[in-house]
Design a protein around this ligand. Structure first.
Ligand code: HEC
Ligand code: HEC
Length: 387
């Protein structure tokens, strides 16, 4: 926000409409300034980067299940914060020819595109809490980057709230899609795929299990291999599934026992997405940078990566480890109303086991998969390289 910092105040005021050499000159550069601008929140202390921290793979910087926002920063959210990395190929929400939902943004696909996605955080009472688009645009008009905004989008681009908001969305979208920091492809695994690093024995065993259909089978939804066009794997197939993660009682909204987060079927979409068969389904997230997270799954119920992997393999063989036990009965899938329990995936490995059977992976093998997942963290540098 260097527009007025470089010249004495009086001169700056006179030059309000000129843009300094340091002003953002592309939509992506302007988007970056907006992304980090805390004055765009009612509290004055929250920006997009507060929840999507660049130092934490553009996800939340802490171990809270949900973040707090609002005017006084005391209003809790209802879902964990996803990483904003590697979204450049996420298609808009749709159903394929076989009726499988895919694409879109947010855990439930409620936002068709990235551009639409910015409205909620800017307006929501428990996030940046601006209430209306007009309030946001008024703040932009008063910002130091208003001249840069007008230079990029036109002299009158801030005059009308809805068109101004469209440009604002465009700038934020361009930043997230264009800037290398959102898709650096420089994890150890990327170096390995390029033949420039070796995986340790544990990481290699983990990778094999991750891919093996009859064992961990993770790659069925989190693809790990290069695309036919040579593109790097994103570790998501953009589809939706119901895993039946346990209810998170620390989410304030869950104090109401009749309240359930049903995911896709509650996303506000009409038609098939609203079918009860979609209830409990959430988007498959990328696993890139999953080793930097401190909370897992849409409700942040699970707090370590090892537990997240263990959940997959012992959910059905040892459900008492994951769900509350009431009067001797395990409350399996207790974050979904009974009629939707049948939507939970119990067909595919690793969750095709039954109570008392051997889990799909041993403890050692779970550790191996975790070791492999840590190779997906961006910023692997030469100094860390093993042999
Ligand atoms: C208070 C914390 C918070 C703030 C501030 C915030 N977000 Fe988010 N963001 C979230 C949460 C939580 C979700 C998941 C929402 C859901 O699934 O309903 C999310 C989801 C997203 C997604 C979808 C990602 C995906 O993988 O589907 C994008 C894109 C995004 N935010 C961008 C932004 C931008 C741009 C801003 C600033 C204008 C912003 N966020 C501000 C918490 C926040
Ligand atoms: C049938 C599809 C499917 C398979 C197979 C699968 N996952 Fe997932 N994975 C998902 C979905 C869907 C979510 C999000 C669920 C939610 O938020 O409730 C998810 C979320 C995760 C998360 C949490 C990431 C985050 O950002 O919170 C981890 C970790 C994970 N999967 C690892 C694995 C591993 C390891 C395996 C293999 C043992 C695996 N997955 C197999 C569909 C799958």
């Amino acid at each position: 926000m260097a527009v007025c910092l470089l010249v004495p105040l009086a001169a700056c005021e006179k030059k309000q409409t000129t843009v300094s050499v340091n002003a953002p000159a592309t939509a992506a550069a302007l988007g970056k300034v907006i992304f980090h601008d805390a004055s765009l929140s009612a509290s004055g202390v929250m920006s997009c980067a507060s929840c999507h921290s660049p130092d934490h793979a553009h996800a939340q910087p802490n171990a809270l299940s949900v973040q707090f926002g609002g005017v006084a920063m005391d209003q809790p959210g209802t879902r964990a914060v996803p990483s904003l990395r590697y979204m450049q190929k996420t298609p808009p929400f749709s159903f394929d020819s076989e009726g499988t939902p895919s694409g879109g943004f947010n855990h439930d696909g409620s936002a068709e595109t990235l551009a639409i996605q910015v409205e909620r955080p800017l307006l929501a009472a428990n996030e940046m809490a601006n209430g209306t688009r007009a309030n946001v645009i008024e703040k932009i008009r008063l910002s130091q980057y208003a001249p840069a905004f007008r230079k990029l989008y036109g002299e009158h681009s801030l005059d009308h709230v809805d068109t101004a908001f469209m440009h604002l969305s465009n700038a934020l979208q361009e930043y997230q899609l264009q800037a290398d920091e959102f898709h650096p492809f420089n994890s150890k695994y990327d170096f390995y795929l390029a033949g420039k690093a070796e995986l340790s024995p544990a990481e290699m065993r983990g990778l094999r299990l991750f891919n093996e259909e009859k064992r961990a089978n993770c790659a069925a939804c989190h693809p790990s291999e290069k695309g036919d066009d040579g593109s790097s794997p994103l570790f998501t197939d953009f589809t939706y599934d119901a895993l039946g993660v346990a209810r998170n009682q620390t989410i304030a909204a869950n104090a109401d026992s009749s309240r359930f987060d049903l995911g896709l079927c509650q996303s506000g979409r009409q038609g098939k997405a609203a079918d009860t068969a979609s209830c409990g389904k959430f988007k498959v997230p990328t696993l890139r940078n999953v080793g930097t997270r401190q909370v897992f799954f849409h409700n942040g119920q699970i707090k370590t990566l090892r537990e997240a992997v263990a959940f997959y393999v012992t959910r059905d063989t040892h459900p008492q480890s994951w769900y509350p036990v009431v009067q001797g009965k395990v409350q399996k899938f207790n974050d979904l109303p009974k009629p939707y329990h049948k939507n939970v995936n119990v067909q595919e490995s690793p969750y095709d086991r039954k109570l008392g059977q051997k889990p799909a992976l041993s403890d050692q093998e779970i550790d191996d998969v975790v070791a492999f997942l840590h190779t997906l963290t961006d910023g692997y540098s030469a100094s860390q390289k093993t042999k």
